[in-house]
Design a protein around this ligand. Structure first.
Ligand code: G1P
Length: 296
């Protein structure tokens, strides 16, 4: 058991979003909406609902709109108040109380590992969560996905990474973990490979956009050479840690939507649209009708 509580999170959100061009030429991929909320807001809500109080967003200078999304907008609030638009006002106000948001700019886009290095002074001696800013997690057991990892961190007292099963033909897109299953959901990791060829993958368990790290990850990052795509890969730094420390994987209960790619966005839009009580029936009827017409 670890007595340490995870109160800090880092959200890397500096990438160009090339898989979603041309939209991402002018709008950060983290602001792509599912229904009416940007992806990044879902991610911040997941963190806040898991006990995170301080969030560091790692941005690039082109992503000013991300900062605007989380900053107060008094003029708009006043206008809504004057017109008694209490529902809309509540939607805006919800953004204020979620967590304290901090920002830092990544100078050059040198990979996920490089982005996480910017969090060193923010983390200090504390463990911290990492949530990729373009990926929404839909928990299936009532505990937000980063909360599931924090539970494993608490129980085993060491860094944890989210894992999900991925079909063999897609495994080359991910970091992949091998090891021993301790119970239904926790893997004691022995091996990690970033984007392996299918025949070199140690399992079908892919690293899935969420991590909880002890601050020792920064020393590991400092001695990690550039890897795949000449970028500093967080998976490579985790491999260093593995040689010295215990490291766990948490098979997540839930689904991952990578919104930075159009297919993830389309699937997420349908799933999250159907979850919203005010849209559910009409949207479902529309989908059924549309599918029926395709068959006809
Ligand atoms: C990153 C990580 C990879 C992980 C993936 C999904 O890759 O490097 O290990 O499996 O996110 O979380 P990217 O999608 O940025 O290429």
């Amino acid at each position: 058991m670890s007595g340490k509580i995870v109160r800090k999170a880092v959200i890397p959100a500096a990438g160009f979003g090339t898989r979603f061009l041309p939209f991402t030429k002018s709008v950060p991929k983290e602001l792509i909406p599912l229904v009416d909320r940007p992806v990044l807001q879902y991610v911040v809500e997941e963190a806040a609902a898991s006990g995170i109080e301080d969030i560091l967003l790692v941005l690039s200078t082109e992503k000013e709109a991300v900062i605007r999304h989380f900053n107060p907008f008094p003029e708009l609030e006043n206008r809504l108040r004057e017109r008694n638009k209490t529902t809309e006002l509540a939607v805006l106000k919800k953004l204020d109380g979620m967590a304290r948001i901090h920002y830092v700019y990544q100078q050059e886009l040198n990979g996920l590992g490089d982005a996480i290095r910017y969090a060193e002074s923010f983390a200090g001696n504390d463990p911290f969560a990492v949530l990729l800013g373009d990926t929404v997690m839909d928990s299936s057991n009532g505990v937000p996905v980063i909360g599931q990892l924090i539970d494993v961190f608490r129980r085993y007292g060491a860094s944890v990474v989210a894992l999900e099963e991925v079909p063999k033909e897609r495994i080359h897109r991910y970091g992949v973990a091998g090891g021993t299953m301790l119970d239904g959901a926790v893997l004691k990791i022995r091996e990690l490979v970033e984007k392996p060829a299918p025949e070199k993958a140690p399992s079908n368990l892919a690293v899935a956009a969420r991590y909880v790290f002890e601050p020792e990850i920064f020393a590991a990052l400092a001695r990690t050479p550039r890897g795949k795509d000449n970028e500093l890969q967080i998976t490579d730094a985790m491999k260093f840690l593995l040689t010295e420390r215990d490291f766990y994987g948490c098979r997540i209960a839930g689904r991952r939507y990578d919104i930075g790619n159009p297919m993830g966005f389309l699937q997420g839009t349908v799933e999250f649209g159907l979850k919203r009580p005010e849209f559910r029936e009409e949207f479902k009827a529309f989908l059924v009708r549309t599918l029926q017409q395709m068959k006809d």
